[in-house]
Design a protein around this ligand. Sequence first.
Ligand SMILES: N[C@@H](CCC(=O)N[C@@H](CS)C(=O)NCC(=O)O)C(=O)O
Length: 201
Amino acid sequence: MYQLLGNPASPFVRKVRVVLEETGLAGDVEQILVATTPTAPAAEVTAAHALGKIPALIRPDGCTLYDSRVITRYLDARAGGRLYPASHIWETLTLEATGDGIMEAAVLMVYEGRCRPEDKQDHGWVDAQWGKIENALDALTARWMSHLAGPVDAGVIAIGCALGYLDFRHPDREWRMDRDGLDDWFAAFAERDAMKATRPV
Ligand SMILES: N[C@@H](CCC(=O)N[C@@H](CS)C(=O)NCC(=O)O)C(=O)O
């Protein structure tokens, strides 16, 4: 049996869980709930993941895989390779990196508020992270809508999880404003069973 160290609030963990649902491998993986932050790392996470982050996938042979895009690719390879199609692998990986980058910036914004004392928080830095996210959302709207409308792959899943995280942690930033196409796409994507089964609460 595999073990997945994670937390449903993490968008990177959600990406792995969506892949587990989409590939039908969820039954092979025991999901272990952990709470970890950069300033209060969980011992079981630092034992498994050299950088002390989630997700981490512990294989039955004891070897641990990370980070999320290594885990998703490993799982997909076991399931037949549908989510990383050879015919447009570089586009899929670039789109996945875009989704991961949005998540990274959005998570850093949360950490700035949670992990640093209030008088040391830098609002200009937080706004700059949001600026990266807005830029990425505009790039999606300008260049990636036809890819998003195509078959579901790992890049499409990453964008779905990134947008879900913006709704979850940064609803006041209103990412949908002037992005009707992306909004419509996400509304449909969020109805997939894998997305509904992994929605953070
Ligand atoms: N690049 C990593 C990012 C994972 C990540 O940042 N996870 C967060 C939770 S959302 C975490 O574990 N943070 C704890 C820390 O940074 O020490 C991946 O894709 O797996």
